[in-house]
Write a new protein. Structure first.
Length: 150
């Protein structure tokens, strides 16, 4: 008796789908870890709200991948459809989104915004208006390339 779908093909589809799910969850966890690391480097608090957002993001991503897998389930009945292409494509797209987020975290860590609290404290602690103006002029000169001295 011939089966409509071979067990090998079914196992292949399920294995690839599981691998895609694990890779996407790993990318989300890496992004979370990178975000916490960035918050610590920039002296920002890590809010529990941001951590709850990660759980919501996982459920949204899960639904997105499931839609791709359901499309692939229709394709499993055709002999030319050998891999779950849509789930893999959606998973790759989600991993790219998470990678972009990690690059944004890296840019935040490299920016000079981490120095801002110290600069503000220096301005507040200035002995008089003249000293505060000198600090502000120094900041403006450093940030404006047309007035910066070589």
């Amino acid at each position: 008796m011939d089966t409509i779908i071979s067990l090998e093909k079914l196992y292949l589809f399920l294995g690839i789908f599981l691998a895609v799910c694990i890779l996407v969850i790993s990318a989300i966890m890496l992004d979370l870890w990178d975000g916490v690391h960035t918050a610590k480097k920039t002296n920002q608090r890590v809010h529990s709200h941001k951590l709850r957002v990660t759980i919501g993001k996982m459920s949204e991503y899960w639904r997105f991948i499931m839609i791709g897998f359901l499309v692939d389930c229709l394709g499993i009945f055709f002999s030319f459809y050998i891999l779950p292409f849509v789930a893999v494509l959606f998973g790759a797209g989600l991993i790219v989104v998470e990678a972009k987020s990690m690059f944004e975290h890296a840019n935040r860590r490299k920016s000079h915004m981490t120095e801002l609290p110290k600069i503000i404290n220096d301005i507040i602690a200035a002995a008089d208006k003249k000293e505060a103006k000198r600090i502000l002029d120094l900041i403006c000169t450093d940030n404006n390339p047309s007035t910066a001295k070589d």
